[in-house]
Design a protein around this ligand. Structure first.
Ligand code: NAD
Length: 471
């Protein structure tokens, strides 16, 4: 048997790029990505590739090559489920906002709804692949749901195949991954299912990079990978605060530490703090799982990674407020970058949101520029954070009246007294900083939350500067 037909439920930042790469490498397999968000599917099908709902370097080229050949975007979920031999569940798994585990555990409603949907309509045997990041032992729950709604005596095999792509480099990460992880049952049918998925990946990925484990190790490995990555960022960020007190320079410290081959240099870049839809939610999930097994010390250890991250963003905002408080002329600040990192239009959990919240609540006017995040998204992000903090409509309206969003970076910085760099977009390095300086209120400040710009050059132009971890 070979897989001829794949369905992927969830056309988001993972489902879209992952299946586009699958389609480009497997022209003989029909792949249908389905989503219950009709507007999103419309955008994926849009003729103008600039309107794709996900921005990733290289993505639109692959979509152009594969769309409507062997890659299809559809809202007809039941049909796609029925046609397929293999179904990837790639839906969102946010942190729960109410009920047991509120604020920590993963909300599995979307995954459970997929399982219900499959169980109700599937008429032939299916391999179900967990692509979403899930708490360890979720496969058990999925199996239970599938079997409780199984009207046609369908046989299911469940695999865990977590996705390790990073937004901004998703296409490269999918084409040349460090590893592919497949977790499955040790039974004959489990081994067969693993082999079928392995065969797909082997079309472009060396066999030795595809590792197989039991389902539980695979589910847990994804959470642990994200926790380790986030932990490195929080580690260097904690040291950045110490550098500022001691006149050590965090960039120099990171270089010296990272050259130790036992440590390595990746993920040692100090910044305003990590964002993104995954790190925080996956660590919270790990904390929740550890607590639920009575492992208090383990839970506390990982929780501190998030505490340091919040501390770092807040610390950065406080530094700005210190300048504001000492200069009554300054009541406007420009934030450059809204995406949680460069080369993506994703702003989920971006540090910019929390920085803006802090500044708006302090009565400041905030001007924002980002090359890829839309105005409506920025307003939505802020509204959501204010609603979560239980602000009333009048307060929200008042704060939102103080935010303006620009399509031009020079307009966004015109007559501001302070600029905060929040995303490491390459284009910020190439701006005409002399022109920006001329048009700013003096003294003109730059707070570089990514240590992106050239501090010396900026100082030569007349800027006053704050760089993370540099006294
Ligand atoms: N974004 C990343 O960088 C990344 C990387 C690795 C893993 N992950 C994990 O992958 C999963 C998906 O993340 P994402 O960023 O792609 O999320 P996303 O929010 O961008 O996309 C999820 C999509 O699923 C759709 N959906 C939800 N329930 C549905 C249902 N019942 N039927 C049809 N469609 C449904 C939503 O409408 C949405 O479009 C999450 O578990 C996440 O933790 C994300």
């Amino acid at each position: 048997m070979r897989i001829k037909n794949i369905c992927c439920i969830g056309a988001g930042y993972v489902g879209g790029p992952t299946m586009a790469v699958f389609a480009s490498k497997c022209p003989d397999i029909k792949i249908t990505i389905v989503d219950n968000n009709h507007e999103k599917i419309k955008l994926w099908n849009s003729n103008n590739l600039k309107n794709l709902p996900v921005y990733e370097p290289g993505l639109s080229k692959i979509i152009k090559q594969t769309r409507n050949k062997n890659l299809f975007f559809s809202t007809e979920i039941d049909n796609a489920i029925n046609e397929s031999d293999m179904i990837f569940i790639s839906v969102n798994t946010p942190t729960k906002t109410d009920g047991k585990g509120k604020g920590l555990a993963a909300d599995l409603t979307f995954v459970e709804n997929c399982a219900k949907n499959i169980g109700e309509v599937a008429k032939s045997n299916k391999i179900i692949v967990e692509k979403s990041t899930l708490p360890v032992r979720t496969a058990e729950k999925i199996k239970e749901i599938l079997n409780s709604t199984n009207k046609f005596n369908v046989k299911y095999e469940i695999l865990s195949n977590p996705e390790f792509l990073a937004e901004g480099t998703a296409i490269d990460d999918l084409l040349y991954p460090d590893r592919v992880l497949i977790g499955g049952d040790n039974s004959d049918s489990g081994k067969k299912a693993i082999k079928l998925l392995q065969e797909i990946y082997q079309r472009w990925i060396p066999k030795e990079k595809i590792i197989t484990t039991n389902v539980w190790s695979s589910e847990l490995s994804k959470l642990v990978s994200n926790a380790f990555l986030a932990q490195r960022i929080s580690s260097i960020n904690s040291i950045s605060a110490l550098c500022e007190k001691t006149e050590a320079n965090v960039e120099e410290v990171a270089l010296a530490v990272g050259m130790d081959s036992r440590i390595g240099s990746s993920f040692l870049k100090s910044s305003i703090g990590f964002g993104g839809s995954c790190f925080k939610k996956d660590i919270l999930n790990l904390v929740y799982i550890s607590r639920s097994y009575g492992l208090t010390e383990v839970a506390d250890y990982w929780e501190n990674v998030i505490k340091i991250n919040n501390y770092q963003t807040n610390r950065f905002g406080n530094k700005i407020l210190q300048i504001i408080n000492s200069d009554s002329e300054k009541n406007e600040i420009s934030i450059l970058g809204w995406a949680f990192k460069k080369d993506t239009n994703d702003s989920r959990e971006s540090a910019s949101i929390y920085l803006s919240e802090q500044l708006l609540k302090s009565g400041l006017k905030v001007k924002v520029y980002d090359p890829k995040v839309s105005k409506s998204r920025i307003i939505h992000d802020l509204k959501t954070v204010f609603q979560i903090k239980k602000l009333n409509n009048n307060q929200i309206k008042k704060y939102l009246a103080n935010i303006s969003i620009y399509k031009n970076v020079y307009e966004a910085t015109y007559e501001s007294g302070i600029i905060a760099i929040s995303t490491e977009w390459e284009e910020f390095k190439k701006l005409d900083w002399s022109r920006i300086y001329t048009n700013m209120k003096k003294p003109a400040w730059i707070f570089d939350g990514r240590n992106l710009l050239n501090n010396l050059e900026l100082k030569k132009l007349g800027f006053k500067t704050f760089f993370i971890g540099q006294a």
